[in-house]
Design a binder for this molecule. Structure first.
Ligand code: DGY
Length: 422
């Protein structure tokens, strides 16, 4: 087993290997482009040993922003035939070519952390990025918060592609016109660890629909086959707004508009409380039905400053039945599948955000315990994309950028631990 110093070294090597010049890929082969939230985590982790390269990654991501304010989920810098669906399928007409959907907005929170850690250039970099971050958050508030919580139009936007949360809404999509296509993900990773064909047919059907609607948000909102309010996106945007306000204050910018967004989302988050099951849940906005599923995104409630005692009870129960927490689905759920992507496995990045949420709410013991559990998992099983919560088995892609990044910035005993702010 490698010691802390060796693991720090290995994490830096992984990030360097995945560095394409100005941005990192999540891992070679499976994900050969720049992914939005992967990139934000990567920037934060990279900045622990190379601030210039870390800031450059954040700038490259934000430079791909659309005029509408949306920051796309993939930026296709250099064509790679090993990935499907590529820019020819998305047809967004953007330069650089991008996908047509977004991803969890962790960027402002990472910029805040990087700003606090970089006394030399942090303020200037944050000043340059601030208008873009604000425009992205404004886009979310304008286009995606009609129910008060943040809605997604494609499961890929949540980052939790095949989560159990989407099963009900996905069942209502007719994929019969999807046509012929060849998946590439299962040529890189065992199919038992990836979404099923039934899921994929629907993922691609939604991409075709977005393309046919020219990625017009109001049309997608009205006609889209999928519209689900997501606790993960909601809690992440809540924290991101709080962090954006902290950045604004550091820059001497007004915070009124951002504070109003925070209020809207605080109220909106209450619509995700499933009173029958007593936990935060995903809500299908087309049918009004809850998904009825407790996921690791539900445990981001503290990250969004919306935690409560009942959620602690769920958290403790889930931890008591998971050797390597936090599983992406409650192991007591009949659909729990310990290796299949977001239907069971443990993800280091979500652990990081849950741990930060504990810290921000004054539960430092819980933050420390989760951080230590995540560090042990990585030390014993490496820098995998995700892990089996029962035995720690590494799964998905290996030498993964964001696992290396959260190791360096949060899990490693040598990590800076800068979170505080005001
Ligand atoms: C994939 O291709 O699996 C990605 O998660 C989509 O963003």
């Amino acid at each position: 087993m490698l010691n802390t110093q060796e693991l720090d070294q290995r994490a830096r090597e992984i990030i360097r290997q995945n560095d394409m010049g100005g941005y990192t890929v999540p891992t070679h082969g499976l994900y050969p482009y720049q992914w939005n939230w992967d990139s934000a985590f990567s920037a934060w982790g990279t900045a622990t040993f190379d601030t210039t390269t870390g800031w450059a990654e954040m700038e490259t991501l934000m430079n791909a922003q659309w005029d509408t304010g949306m920051v796309p989920h993939i930026v296709f810098h250099k064509l790679d035939p090993g990935y499907f669906p590529g820019p020819d399928v998305w047809q967004t007409g953007h330069t650089p070519p991008t996908s047509g959907i977004t991803q969890p907005p962790v960027a402002a929170s990472m910029v805040k952390l990087m700003m606090l850690d970089d006394s030399e250039n942090g303020l200037q970099k944050a000043r340059d990025l601030f208008p873009k971050l604000k425009a992205w958050h404004a886009w979310f508030m304008r286009e995606r918060c009609e129910s008060g919580a943040v809605a997604i139009m494609h499961p890929w936007e949540s980052g939790r592609d095949n989560a159990r949360d989407w099963d009900g809404a996905m069942a209502n999509i007719d994929p019969s016109n999807v046509g012929e296509y060849t998946r590439r993900d299962t040529s890189h990773v065992d199919s038992s660890m990836r979404p099923t064909k039934e899921d994929y047919d629907r993922f691609i059907t939604l991409v075709h629909q977005g393309r046919d609607l020219h990625w017009d948000q109001s049309k997608i909102r009205e006609q889209g086959y999928f519209r689900v309010a997501c606790p993960g996106m909601t809690f992440i945007l809540m924290r991101a707004n709080l962090d954006l306000a902290i950045i604004a204050k550091s820059l001497g910018e007004p915070t009124d508009e951002i504070d109003a967004w925070s209020e809207t989302l605080q109220k909106g988050a209450t619509t995700l409380w499933n009173a029958e099951r007593q936990h935060y849940d995903s809500l299908d906005l087309r049918t009004g039905e809850f998904a009825g599923c407790l996921s690791n995104a539900s445990f981001l409630c503290w990250y969004g400053d919306a935690g409560n005692d009942t959620m602690f009870e769920h958290y403790e129960r889930v931890l008591s039945i998971s050797k390597y927490p936090v599983p992406s689905l409650d192991p007591a759920d009949p659909h729990f599948d310990s290796l299949r992507y977001w239907r069971g496995p443990t993800w280091g990045i979500i652990n990081t955000l849950i741990g930060q949420g504990f810290h921000y709410n004054g539960y430092d013991d819980k933050a420390t315990t989760l951080r230590k559990a995540t560090a042990d998992l990585i030390q014993e099983h490496g820098f995998a994309e995700y892990f089996d919560p029962n035995n720690g088995q590494p799964a998905g892609g290996s030498d993964f950028t964001w696992t290396a990044a959260i190791w360096l910035a949060w899990a490693s005993p040598s990590a800076p631990q800068t979170l505080d702010s005001e």
